[in-house]
Design a protein around this ligand. Structure first.
Ligand SMILES: Nc1nc2c(ncn2[C@@H]2O[C@H](COP(=O)(O)OP(=O)(O)OP(=O)(O)O)[C@@H](O)[C@H]2O)c(=O)[nH]1
Length: 957
């Protein structure tokens, strides 16, 4: 003992090197590092004071119970706490290598002890603590057994008794010495609390010796709980049983948390084999001497807590009390909470129980049935609503709604748009009401009927139509120029899509979009702009196909026609023939007893232009065209464009009211404020009255020709309506449905929605067109009248589709095809285009549709087109067409028809389809290929192959 180093002494005392160094410094023996050698006197000085202040004395009482067993009882004499001394449990140490016997002994010995402390749960810890001072001794006894593992423990055990003995052991197993030192510390501080704390590391060797019986551990539990708890692993068992009976064992709440865990803390013995000076269980021990005033309970807690908590060294420096009380709180509260939770949520012992419990609670909440207030059961929709949106607003699953729809015979997806009626029926089933707010918006925009006294005469709006080259543009220009020269000179003519001319102080507005295409396109958009149509027919050419079309379009729109027989200056002009030809359309000249105005003019020679205008004014008088100029403006967009400098610009034809600069307005899906207006002569105008065309700047977007323009009271309103329309547009695009198809006809007839069936007939020869038209007219019944709006020779054009769209008509084609653009437009507009080879089939279809018997089972699906660029004659094969695929694709096994000037000349199958020398299944767009037809050799350059296939369609009726 002559040489004791700082770190050794620190270990012996169970304190940090630093702390020891601090104490040394306090003693006036400063050291520089932990390796410094201390004199015996210094060591004594350091260790002695710890004993003096305490009022406790610890002595060992050894009794050799058996030859292999020594019972050591630590006698603690403590003035304030005599119980502690009593509580000092006897420890039994195995002597020699006889693990079984000593193991049994301690149980017996210890079992006696708990009796006292059992009354107070806190005392249970004393019982646990009691063996601890003895525990170090146990290994001491084991030491001779020369079990290397036990060495440290043995040293530790010996240390308190005969430190001199322990010393030699230390060099032999320096590592092992550490635990010994730890244990030694309490020995040096023989007070009960100090002794209690090191117990934990000391106990393990016993357990190791007796792994099966683990008597020390068991002893603790038995002493602590005093209920019939199984002797083996009580803590674990309790843990396991807890969820099963849903409640914790009674003693638990009263017990500090830390106490319970030692049961699970079996690995503790390792401390014996693997010295761990840092372990928290050791820490309280060295500090114990300083904490003399602590109660026995506190000491116990302090001793127990660190190990199970595996936590920090909060037991130091007097903080001990706090965690202990916290532990109690937890001990009382947490089990309560757990119990509640278990009772409520945990049906079984599984850990998943918690989750399940949570789920159950949620399910419980969901089952609450709440009926929304009446006001909340009204769903406002605009025109249409998707299935998903309706379900969302009703708070039901979309699948439920889809199921309800299926019951109604409607197969729908979540994005399927529902119209107002369907939505109403569905919503009623679910206890909701549907309110159509779209109607409100449109109602807001509806023109109020004007009081008769507020109406004033307005200029007529005229459109010029006619066949190509009959002089429409020339006539328009002639009228305008004449008028400009006659009127205000100097103005720079602007093309704004419309202009007005003046005659005898009266104005006439001309729409500068000659041709019935524009007229019908605008009408198809719902705009009724034109009051009078001037039909130009060249006197030298007579009635031509487009003349007929123009007549039909005008008639379909119900607009009166004035015939301008043009080019009368020409020598070959024959106005009488024109009059005769037009009689066929019911346009009979006045001098021949009819009511149609005919004017013979010459645009070139400016002949009779004034009388033409006079006739227009006369017709306007007949029509009594009037409007109220003293209200907010309403009109139609005639033309619109995006100007680089000015942004969106549109020509508005005011139809009623007066438009002023600064007015807010809405036009189609756009809105804006009139920033500036100018007329066709480029003059700025502050206001525009009825029938006056003006170019307006101030749109937020480019509107479409035919959009209705309405001046609004304020911007907010205009914006709201425009947004609403945009939404509606999107919805209607989604809900795109045909205007009228033959399949729907019967249904609509039944509902009384259709009184007139309008058709447009197109054919390859005039004879068949007339025959079809005549046959169709004969189908007229009392319930439904069949109108042939237009019948002509040639391909189905965009104009035909527009007319059909505007008049809700069906197009019937005989041996003709729609032009590509026309087909696309028909698809877009939802116009039903039916193509036939036999007249009988067409008439029969209409008849069946009217009777509700139409059962279409196949529908043609267009695949693509190829144009013949070259024709080769191949021996034994026949003619092969070198073709170029211009649209879609050509498929070898699909059906094909050969079109010559859009007239079907052959329909059948391909006999071959090749790319270079290879037979191919299909050829895509923009590729060349060789094609030949089965049993048909008349192929010509410029012919078109149209490839299609027949698709089976479920009968809709
Ligand atoms: N002799 C004579 N020629 C005329 C008269 N009106 C027009 N033309 C001529 O007829 C041709 C066609 O005139 P346009 O005004 O272009 O006919 P359009 O109907 O507008 O023709 P598209 O715009 O192609 O539909 C021009 O060469 C004109 O010079 C006329 O009154 N007399």
């Amino acid at each position: 003992m002559s040489k004791t180093r700082v770190y050794e002494l620190a270990q012996q005392m169970g304190i940090d090197n630093k702390e020891l160094m601090a104490r040394l410094a306090a003693l006036g023996e400063p050291v520089t590092n932990h390796m410094a050698v201390l004199e015996d006197s210094v060591v004594k000085a350091l260790t002695a004071p710890a004993q003096q202040p305490t009022h406790k004395e610890v002595s060992q009482e050894e009794v050799r119970v058996k030859p292999t067993l020594i019972r050591r009882r630590a006698k603690v004499v403590e003035t304030p706490e005599p119980e502690a001394a009593e509580a000092a449990a006897p420890t039994v140490e195995p002597v020699q290598e006889a693990p079984a016997a000593p193991a049994a002994a301690p149980v017996q010995e210890v079992a006696e002890e708990p009796k006292k402390p059992v009354r107070d749960p806190g005392r249970a810890i004393i019982i646990e603590a009691a063996p601890k001072p003895a525990a170090p001794q146990a290994p001491a006894a084991a030491k001779p057994a020369s079990a290397a593992e036990q060495k440290p423990a043995a040293l530790a055990a010996k240390a308190p008794e005969t430190p001199v003995e322990a010393k030699p052991a230390a060099p032999a197993a320096p590592e092992a010495a550490k635990p010994a030192d730890k244990v030694e510390a309490p020995a040096q501080a023989p007070q009960a609390p100090a002794a209690a704390q090191p117990a934990q590391p000391a106990a393990p060797p016993k357990v190791e010796a007796q792994p099966e019986q683990a008597s020390p551990t068991r002893a603790k539990i038995l002493g602590r709980v005093e209920i019939p708890i199984p002797t083996q692993r009580p803590a674990e068992r309790r843990e396991y049983q807890r969820p099963a009976n849903g409640e914790r064992p009674a003693p638990r709440p009263g017990m500090p948390r830390g106490v319970e865990r030692p049961g699970t803390e079996r690995p503790a013995p390792r401390t014996g084999e693997r010295p761990a000076p840092h372990m928290r269980s050791d820490r309280p021990a060295p500090l114990a001497p300083v904490e003399v005033p602590l109660s026995a309970d506190d000491r116990r807690k302090g001793a127990r807590k660190p190990a199970p908590a595996g936590g920090t060294d909060y037991a130091k420096n007097g903080k001990k009390g706090a965690p202990a009380s916290k532990g109690k709180k937890e001990a009382f509260k947490k089990p309560d909470l757990m119990d509640k939770r278990e009772r409520v949520f945990e049906p079984g012992p599984r850990s998943k129980g918690k989750k399940r419990g949570v789920e159950k609670v949620q399910i419980g909440k969901k089952t609450e049935i709440t009926v929304p207030k009446a006001i909340k059961r009204i769903i406002k929709i605009s025109e249409s609503i998707t299935v998903g949106e309706l379900a969302k607003r009703m708070g039901i699953k979309a699948t439920d709604l889809i199921r309800a729809l299926m019951k109604m015979g409607v197969m729908a997806t979540i994005n399927h748009p529902l119209d107002f009626d369907t939505a109403t029926i569905l919503a009623t089933d679910f206890g909701y009401e549907i309110e159509n707010v779209a109607l409100d918006v449109e109602e807001m925009l509806e023109a109020e009927p004007d009081a008769p006294e507020s109406l004033q005469k307005r200029p007529p709006v005229v459109t010029i139509m006619g066949h190509v080259d009959h002089g429409k543009t020339s006539l328009l220009d002639a009228i305008r120029e004449t008028n400009v020269i006659a009127g205000e000179a100097g103005g720079i003519t602007q093309h704004i899509g419309a202009y007005d001319v003046e005659l005898n102080g009266r104005k006439i507005t001309f729409l500068d979009t000659p041709g019935h295409e524009a007229f019908t396109a605008m009408r198809a958009r719902g705009a009724k702009v034109t009051d009078i149509v001037i039909l130009v027919v060249a006197a030298d050419d007579g009635v031509m196909p487009q003349t007929r079309e123009a007549v039909n379009h005008s008639k379909a729109a119900g607009v009166p026609i004035i015939i301008a027989i043009n080019k009368v200056d020409k020598p070959e002009a024959n106005p009488t023939r024109v009059k005769q030809e037009l009689m066929e359309f019911g346009l009979v000249a006045e001098e021949w007893g009819g009511d149609t105005i005919f004017v013979e003019v010459s645009a070139k020679k400016r002949i009779n232009l004034e009388s033409l205008l006079e006739m227009v004014l006369l017709q306007a008088d007949v029509l009594e065209l009037k409007a109220n100029p003293d209200k907010a403006a309403r009109g139609t967009i005639v033309e619109a464009k995006l100007d680089k400098g000015r942004g969106p610009v549109a020509t508005v034809l005011v139809q009623e009211g007066t438009m002023k600069v600064g007015d807010y307005f809405v036009a189609g899906v756009h809105y804006g404020r009139v920033r500036a207006m100018q007329n066709d002569r480029g003059e700025k105008v502050p206001a525009a009255g009825p029938a006056m065309p003006v170019e307006v700047i101030g749109f937020t977007g480019v509107p479409d020709a035919g959009d209705i323009f309405v001046a609004m009271a304020d911007e907010k309103q205009a914006k709201e309506i425009a947004n609403h329309r945009q939404m509606k547009l999107r919805e209607s695009e989604l809900a795109k449905h045909s205007k009228l198809s033959l399949e729907q006809l019967y249904e609509k007839i039944q509902k009384g929605e259709v009184k007139d069936l309008n058709t447009i007939v197109k054919g390859d020869v005039q004879g068949s067109v007339e025959a079809v038209a005549e046959s169709l007219r004969k189908l007229t019944t009392a319930a439904i009248r069949l109108n042939v709006l237009h019948a002509s020779v040639g391909a189905i054009t965009e104009t035909d589709v527009n007319l059909a769209s505007a008049s809700n008509a069906i197009i019937l084609g005989f041996n003709v095809r729609p032009e590509v653009k026309a087909a696309a437009l028909a698809e877009k507009e939802g116009v039903d285009v039916r193509l036939y080879n036999i007249i009988y089939d067409a008439v029969d279809d209409i008849k069946k549709a009217m009777e509700g018997l139409l059962e279409p089972t196949f529908k043609e699906k267009y695949l693509g087109r190829a144009e013949i660029r070259e024709v080769f004659s191949v021996p034994k094969v026949g003619n092969v067409a070198g073709s170029y695929v211009t649209d879609g694709k050509i498929v070898r096994n699909a059906q094909v028809r050969l079109l010559r000037d859009n007239v079907v000349v052959y329909e059948g199958k391909l006999s071959s389809l090749r790319r270079f020398k290879d037979d191919v299944k299909e050829v895509a767009n923009n590729y060349e290929c060789g094609m030949s037809l089965e049993n048909y050799n008349d192929l010509k350059i410029g012919d078109i192959f149209e490839c299609f296939e027949m698709e089976k369609v479920a009968g809709k009726l």
